[in-house]
Structure formats: C-alpha cells, structure tokens
Design a binder for this molecule. Structure first.
Ligand code: SF4
Length: 124
C-alpha cells in the first residue's frame, strides 16, 4: 500500500517535471509566433536602405529607376503590376512577397519585377 502510493507520487512529480519542460520548450516558439503575427498586423515598410532592397535596386518611384543600371526596366513596370505584390488595387502601397511582405509603394519598382499574369477569365 505505502509502496504503491510512493510510486504514484514519483510518477506525479515526474509528470509535472515533464509538463514544466514542455512549457519551457514551447515558450520561445510562442514568443516567435507572436512576434510574427505582430509583424503581419503591424506592417513594416520597406526602406530603400534595407540591404535586400538595395541589392534588388528597389525604388519607391519607378520613374526614378536608373536605366543605365537597370536596362530591363520599363516605364510602365511598377509594383502594383508585379506578381509579387499582394496589395489591393488602387491602394498607395502594399506587401511584397519578395521582401517578406514588407510594404512597398504601388508605383515602386525593383529588379525582381515580374509582370502579373493576365487576369483569368471570370467563371460563372
Ligand atoms: S518584387 Fe515586384 S512588387 Fe516587389 S518591390 Fe520588386 S517590383 Fe515591387
């Protein structure tokens, strides 16, 4: 009888030890996922001095892109016509998937520009 209850106690403390461990292990990932969702709701603007923005030649205004540096650039190319832009039509800026969904200006441009595919015909 006493032996049984001792075993039971050991099992319980072991169980609580493991559940504490599980909480400790889960805590950092909880913090990370919270930071991530905060970043999603509180949109981060892409700045032109961001190293990745610099590397891709991001400009907040497609009209100012240097044609010598980026001969592939065309005047009509802009973020809101790019497949990597997920902003809404008509908004002044929106997230770009090439920059971890940081906010780029609708009339911006970078060398990763890829024209949006033509809109699919509506299916009724
Ligand atoms: S990838 Fe497209 S949407 Fe993103 S910054 Fe470059 S041109 Fe703009």
């Amino acid at each position: 009888m006493s032996h049984h209850s001792q075993t039971h106690e050991t099992m319980q403390s072991r169980r609580s030890f493991f559940s504490k461990m599980a909480v400790a292990a889960a805590a950092p990932s909880l913090l990370v996922s919270r930071a991530f969702s905060a970043e999603e709701t509180k949109a981060v603007k892409l700045t032109t001095d961001d190293p990745v923005a610099k590397a891709l030649g991001y400009s907040e205004d497609t009209a100012t892109v240097d044609p010598k540096k980026y001969p592939q650039h065309k005047a009509e190319q802009r973020c809101d016509g790019c497949a990597l832009y997920t902003g809404k039509n008509g908004e002044k800026d929106g997230p770009c998937t090439a920059f971890q969904n940081k906010i780029v200006t609708a009339h911006g441009w970078c060398s990763a520009f890829a024209a949006k595919p033509p809109a699919a015909p509506a299916i009724n």
